[in-house]
Design a protein around this ligand. Structure first.
Ligand SMILES: C[S@@+](CC[C@H](N)C(=O)[O-])C[C@H]1O[C@@H](n2cnc3c(N)ncnc32)[C@H](O)[C@@H]1O
Length: 644
């Protein structure tokens, strides 16, 4: 068959003989590659949709099935299409960064060579591109191979180590800026990371008695949402700085660190970049990587701890072994699971993703688990406070799931090793927001000491020049909570607060000077659920409101500032004949002084309440103990107000 004018032949010849130009800079590389990557994702989506529309499962769908079993049990088709395209693209880029030549090599050969230095990415490229898959998306993968094959990484890398980071940041913005929002992929400015690492290092030294801070032997450190590995790189540099001026001592310390510095990341692209950056940081200190690689895993940090023993909704084991074809991927998953389940982690640090209305995305943290060993309730329940029901939907936020994962891992999961530190830069809504009272209560009752560094004292929608991340409008803070000893749930943690004002550059500068003994720290309330702010700065709106129930009417009283003495003489409204909607009749219901008196820790607690709220109390007692404030109200004329 040949068209009369030979046009088809010319098009085919053009394609086959086309030699792509090497990109002259990162911008050009990103533009070329991100477009092809999103084309590949769309093709995989369409192929899967067509397969699903037919009445039998075909090859692409079985690839999804295997990928779920190997790595992400809850992956849907669209997420798979995205993972597929990102993994293939970044594996090929990784191969060029490692100087693997593409001429006359098939994707399969490239995957095998890549597997020698990056076993997981090499294997991922291999299993995702078997011959029959290539047939379906052959043109796009072949174009990617040819375009990426021209890359001379040495010419694009300026040697400062920022090229990998720029590559990924720019890639994400061009490839899918909406996905960037959904996955919370905002990369942490180095001023923030260096502050957090230095501060936690000080906490380890001065509060936990670990003289060498992050360099202390056996101290396990996890970034559960490592992105491109910024925190891990900073910790490597911190340990190198601490170790000594002697190169051999530094190398020995870093070799030891490599076995206890852990990162989880859900997406293949940032994972690949993290691998490169961490390897480069080790190389910079002339330290070879361990033969089995660093402890970096493509994993969902929030997923069930031990999927091997989990049952699906029909009671069948969720995961069966896939055999040697997937071995490096399965090994990585097994090791990640082992860290989640059995390894005692002392430090959890990072910048977790932010995503509101994330109900259903919190994995095991949100759902708990059913396994052959029994039912485990959702760890998120520890962040719930009774009486907060209508605001608790706000806990359905990715950053809260990560706070719960971090605190569970450092404080709850290993009772025999109770000490630890959790440090996150995250949204600040838990500091004073409604719906987060249970988070504050948990933090106060679980930790011994905490620090809140308020990065957005300008409050909601801070002006752009003051934002640390210009495109993130939520107020942010750094929260660091530490426990030094066995749990003492009846003693509230001492929490310190410090606000950082000014422009973005001013805030970065200020972070470099904040230290444990900084005179700007202010003491926060010790009331269990009160804002993690000094009482004077918490404001009216953030104090709990009191509701007084009288028959069927509810009165919401103005919040009461601790330390003040307030006289309340509410006029209670009864429902007259008792029917709803009947015009209310006014009558005095009660009249008594309500005294909130300061005590040594700021507020006097009700006599019969322990420090820790007791949940079996009456509604009135519960309200007293929850707030820790005295509430002295007596009923008037037979009416019995209840406080909830
Ligand atoms: C804010 S970024 C982290 C930035 C990182 N600290 C850096 O500076 O490169 C959050 C990262 O968490 C990852 N992530 C989101 N959900 C995750 C999950 N369930 N498990 C592991 N990683 C996750 C996202 O892919 C994203 O790369």
């Amino acid at each position: 068959m040949q068209p009369a004018d030979g046009e088809l032949l010319r098009v085919l010849a053009d394609f086959l003989e086309w030699v792509p130009q090497p990109p002259g800079d990162l911008d050009r590389l990103v533009k070329n590659v991100a477009g092809l990557c999103s084309l590949l994702r769309d093709e995989v989506r369409v192929t899967l949709r067509n397969e699903r529309a037919g009445d039998r499962e075909t090859e692409f769908a079985s690839l999804v099935h295997d990928w779920r079993r190997a790595l992400f049990p809850r992956l849907n088709d669209d997420q798979f299409a995205d993972a597929y395209a990102q993994t293939v693209t970044f594996a090929l880029l990784l191969a060029r960064v490692e100087n693997i030549h593409f001429e006359d090599r098939t994707v399969e050969e490239i995957a095998r060579l890549l597997g020698k230095s990056h076993s997981l990415m090499g294997k991922a490229l291999d299993v995702l591109t078997p011959g029959w898959v290539l047939g379906r998306v052959a043109t796009t993968i072949e174009t990617l191979r040819r375009v990426i094959g021209t890359v001379h990484w040495d010419l694009l890398d300026d040697g400062t180590g920022s090229a990998y980071l720029t590559l990924y940041e720019q890639f994400l913005a061009v490839y899918d800026s909406e996905l960037r929002k959904q996955t919370g992929s905002y990369f942490t400015p180095s001023a923030v990371v260096s502050f957090m690492v230095r501060f936690v290092d000080d906490v380890l030294r001065t509060r936990l008695g670990l003289r060498d801070g992050f360099a202390a032997p056996d101290l396990c450190v996890v970034d559960p949402a490592m992105g491109t590995g910024t925190f891990l790189v900073e910790i490597i540099d911190q340990v190198a700085r601490t170790a000594s001026v002697d190169g051999e001592v530094v190398r020995a310390k870093l070799r030891e660190l490599a076995e206890r510095l852990v990162g989880f990341e859900k997406q293949a692209c940032p994972y690949a970049v993290a691998e490169l950056r961490v390897a480069e940081a080790m190389r910079h200190h002339r330290t070879e990587l361990p033969a089995e690689g660093m402890c970096l895993y493509v994993a969902d940090a929030l997923d069930a701890v031990d999927t091997d023993n989990l049952l699906d909704e029909f009671g069948e084991p969720l995961k069966r072994r896939l055999g040697s074809a997937y071995e490096p991927i399965e090994r990585s998953k097994r090791e990640a699971d082992k860290i989640k389940s059995t390894r005692h982690v002392e430090v959890v640090i990072g910048n977790p993703p932010y995503l509101e209305r994330a109900k259903g995305l919190g994995g095991w943290i949100e759902r708990g688990s059913r396994s052959a060993q029994g039912v485990q309730p959702p760890p998120l329940d520890s962040f719930r406070a009774d009486g907060e029901g209508k605001h608790q939907y706000k806990l359905s936020n990715m950053y809260i799931y990560f706070w719960r994962w971090g605190t569970w891992k450092a404080f709850d999961a290993h009772p025999k090793a109770p000490t630890g530190v959790v440090a996150f830069i995250s949204a600040a809504s838990y500091v004073a927001g409604k719906g987060f009272a249970g988070v504050r209560e948990y933090l106060r009752s679980t930790a011994d000491e905490g620090w809140i560094i308020d990065l957005s004292p300008e409050e909601h929608r801070p002006p752009v020049p003051t934002r640390l991340f210009p495109s993130v409008s939520q107020p942010l803070c750094i929260g660091i909570f530490a426990r030094y000893n066995k749990p003492s749930p009846r003693t509230p943690a001492t929490v310190h607060y410090l606000a950082v004002h000014g422009t973005q550059a001013g805030k970065f500068d200020r972070l470099q000077t904040i230290h444990l003994g900084d005179p700007s720290w202010k003491a926060c309330s010790t009331v269990w659920r009160a804002p993690l702010k000094p009482p004077a700065e918490a404001g009216w709106a953030s104090y709990p409101q009191w509701k007084i129930y009288s028959h069927c009417r509810v009165w919401v009283l103005r919040p009461i500032v601790p330390g003040s003495t307030t006289q309340i003489r509410p006029i209670c409204v009864s429902a007259g004949s008792g029917s709803f909607g009947h015009p209310p009749r006014r009558r005095a219901c009660f009249s008594r002084r309500r005294v909130i008196a300061p005590s040594t820790n700021g507020y006097r607690r009700s006599k019969n309440s322990t420090n820790r709220p007791h949940h079996s109390a009456t509604r009135l007692g519960r309200a007293q103990s929850r707030s820790g404030w005295d509430f002295a109200a007596s009923t008037g004329s037979g009416s019995s107000p209840m406080v909830a």
